[in-house]
Design a protein around this ligand. Structure first.
Ligand code: ATP
Ligand code: MG
Length: 740
């Protein structure tokens, strides 16, 4: 108990031990909100003697959930993580639906439609009806409506404009498709769980505490869910920071803070004001950036670390140059640190995943290992998705869209037009594609349009593969996931397929497949040892039937875990020290000693599609406050950007460094920049060129060219170049040298 409260300051301690039934901890980044929340969970278990399975903890990402589990184990001891109901909102909701979903008519083996699935269902609906709604837009809109708990029926009832009918039909039909394929999409997990808990509050009768991290990014449905999870006698603790609200595109409601005060008028509020993460310089700069949002109330934040290094803001010529700058800096700092820093200590934070390409290439070329967060996930890779799609069909053959993806992969001579006519036939007969091809393969039915002999054989082979796999699954008393995966990959001759399809990187893809096998082995082993799959502990509730696991359920659990591991998850790789490349969104709540934020330019951040520039500023603020010791930002030469200007203004001492060490000139690389597409600097009214002044200056015996730029509207920057690679830090080191 001592150790639990020892490392906390007074405000944190009073939050951890607060007897309040509803507690809000609102505080800036790095002030220990997550630490406090974690300690409070441990306190409730150790001190207030709550049973861990009566405590629900919701985090925003799976990585955050994992880190929190580790921290709690540190306080309470190993094993606690399996008993707590801890995970993302989606995974917590899934658990309740798997256990009690039958009460609202959700079959146990429901599948989860990930974003790709949803997209392809919607695209197919739109194509078949020859509508003009862009599929992505329709998907986003449906998701937005669901996040506000507006069903297709409710939407239709409020419909006024005639031109909305297409969208309404898409929404209706999408819902129908999900139902018939026994799928829930991400939004459904939350919406249906809300429905379950409204109708059957006894499912949460034993829940005594609900704790939520990153509360500022909850949306309406998540807020409902929080209230319902705690409806019996659950105490609520939320921690959050309005300045870090960056998910309005996912319908996050900053209003939820006000709503909470209204719904729970006697809730206690505790503010934390000490920052334990970042050096003074980094903090001051980040604060000065966020303070340019004039609508924001002023809040104190006190640094506990020394002043440290001034963040740098560089002007570099192109994306490639930025990438090489990062590689150089990583190598330079690692060497300088003499063993203190390793690759794990670096993060490169980008506005959108598409920016990672040149950075990935540069790192790979320099032999620096890296992990990619929030980009193309391991489970999204083509070869992995192929195997998983087979498993999903074995688990859930009625999933038309998945079935369409794999029926002719690898080729079974079933042409696209044959597949299309089969889909049409199934739709018209109101049956699933699977039922139709099953009947055809078993000779119980002839397809309406003639099927060529080789295609008929192909269909038979495919149906046979699914049936034998399902049989295998039913015969096992414990789930042999490994055997199943092996069976599938042998039957479809995966290795040969990868060789012929992906000539160049087939080895790497096979290695990915082996990684999947090892994941499955781990899961199968823990099940065989009688361990509950970590994600599935739920309290026993009287009066409601608990569904028991069969071998087939283990498969669907495995698939659900895979589908839900949305944000992060590159399996393995934990042991090797790796540089992290992440989107800023996915980096929320995390911290690294060294952080790079490249590509600060108009169109990237602020993003070209962003409507709310304040939110883009908050995003940059989230990125900047991930850094503990060193923060390096970069903007592109000659591309003014209001946010970069704000950073410039924010720094009390700005020494911008132009790196002419790099062998490329702007002209050589121009045209290959990923962001040159469609964005024209001169077309933007704000993109005025700065007024430039050149001079020279001597420092520590070295002569520097000084370039000062004054931007219209107040931006100012100064760079020193001596023909070599220099940074503000180097300049200071040089200065010191001269003084000694
Ligand atoms: P964010 O808003 O970015 O999620 P946060 O408020 O959740 O930040 P934490 O991640 O909990 O902050 O803490 C930031 C860092 O400060 C962590 O490394 C944490 O261990 C450390 N820290 C928090 N409180 C203290 C304390 N009282 N003493 C020493 N270190 C602390
Ligand atoms: Mg946090």
């Amino acid at each position: 108990m001592e150790t639990l409260l020892d490392g906390l300051n007074d405000a944190q301690r009073s939050a951890v031990t607060s007897p309040a039934s509803v507690l809000q901890v609102l505080a800036p980044p790095g002030s220990g909100k997550t630490k406090t929340l974690t300690a409070r969970v441990a306190y409730l278990v150790n001190h207030e003697r709550l049973q861990p399975w009566n405590i629900i903890v919701c985090t925003f990402t799976i990585k955050a959930a994992r880190e929190m589990k580790e921290r709690i184990c540190g306080f309470v001891g190993e094993g606690i993580e399996k008993k707590l109901i801890l995970g993302t909102f989606h995974s917590v909701a899934r658990r309740f639906l798997v256990r009690y979903g039958q009460e609202i008519g959700i079959p146990k083996n429901f599948g989860i439609a990930d974003t790709t699935d949803s997209k392809s269902i919607i695209k197919r609906i739109i194509d078949s009806r020859q509508y003009l709604v862009p599929p992505d837009q329709a998907r986003g809109r449906i998701s937005g409506l669901k996040a506000r708990n507006v069903s297709a029926e409710q939407f239709a009832a409020t419909l006024k404009k005639a031109d909305e009918h297409e969208f309404r039909n898409v929404y209706f039909e999408y819902e129908e498709q999900l139902r018939s394929q026994n799928l829930l999409d991400y939004d459904d997990l939350l919406v249906r769980c809300v429905e379950l808990l409204q109708k059957h509050p006894q499912c949460v009768s034993s829940i005594q505490a609900v704790l939520i991290d990153e509360y500022q990014d909850t949306n309406n449905v998540q807020y409902e869910l929080m209230k319902l999870l705690a409806q019996a006698r659950g105490r609520i603790t939320i921690v959050g920071d309005p300045d870090q609200s960056i998910y309005s595109f996912r319908a996050a409601e900053i209003e939820n803070l006000r709503k909470m005060r209204r719904d729970y008028p006697d809730s206690s509020v505790i503010n934390l004001e000490m920052n334990y993460r970042s050096s003074g310089c980094i903090l001051t700069t980040a604060m000065a950036v966020i303070e340019q949002d004039e609508t924001r109330p002023e809040k104190p934040l006190i640094a506990t670390h020394c002043v440290g290094e001034q963040p740098t803001l560089r002007h570099l010529a192109t994306a490639q140059v930025e990438a090489w700058w990062i590689v150089d800096e990583i190598q330079r700092i690692t060497t300088l640190s003499a063993g203190l820093l390793n690759h794990n200590d670096y993060a490169i934070l980008i506005r959108s995943a598409a920016l990672s390409l040149s950075i990935e290439r540069a790192l790979a070329k320099a032999g620096i290992p890296y992990r990619m967060v929030g980009g193309l996930r391991f489970f999204d890779r083509a070869e992995i998705k192929l195997v998983l799609d087979y498993l999903r069909i074995i688990n859930q053959p009625e999933s038309n869209d998945v079935l369409m993806r794999i029926i002719n992969r690898p080729s079974r001579k079933i042409g696209e037009s044959t597949v299309k006519s089969l889909v049409k036939e199934a739709e018209e007969e109101k049956t699933s594609l699977w039922k139709l091809i099953l009947a055809i393969a078993q000779g119980r039915k002839k397809a309406r349009s003639k099927i060529a002999k080789p295609a008929q054989l192909g269909i038979e082979t495919f149906v046979n593969l699914v049936l034998t796999s399902q049989k295998k699954l039913q015969q096992e008393d414990s789930c042999d996931l490994l055997g199943l995966i092996d069976h599938v990959s042998t039957k479809i001759n995966l290795e040969a397929y990868l060789k012929s399809t992906y000539k160049e990187d087939c080895k790497e893809r096979w290695a990915n497949y082996e990684e999947l096998v090892s994941q499955a082995t781990q899961m199968a082993t823990s099940v065989a040892n009688g361990e509950e799959v970590a994600d599935d502990a739920l309290p026993i509730v009287e009066g409601i039937e608990q569904r028991q696991d069969t071998a087939a359920d283990i498969l669907s659990k495995f698939l659900a875990n895979v589908t839900l591991s949305s944000a992060v998850e590159q399996p393995n790789g934990e042991e090797v020290s790796q540089v992290t490349i992440s989107t800023i969104h996915a980096a929320k709540g995390l911290e690294w000693p060294v952080v790079f934020i490249p590509a600060i330019y108009m169109g990237s951040i602020p993003h070209s599609r962003a409507e709310d520039h304040d939110e883009e500023r908050r995003l940059l603020y989230v990125g900047m406050t991930r850094a503990k010791g060193l923060l390096d930002l970069a903007q592109i030469l000659g591309r003014a950007c209001p946010l970069a200007t704000e950073v410039q203004t924010a720094r009390s001492l700005v020494e911008r460094i132009e790196d002419d060490k790099y062998p490329y000139t702007r002209d050589e690389i121009d045209g290959t920049e990923p962001w040159s597409n469609g964005w024209n600097a001169t077309a933007e009214p704000w993109a005025k060129r700065p007024k430039v002044e050149h001079s020279t200056r001597e420092l520590g015996g070295v002569k520097y060219d000084v370039v000062e730029e004054r931007y219209p509207g107040g931006g100012y920057s100064k760079s020193l170049t001596n023909g070599g690679f220099t940074s503000a830090r180097d300049v200071r080191a040089l200065q010191q040298e001269a003084e000694n």
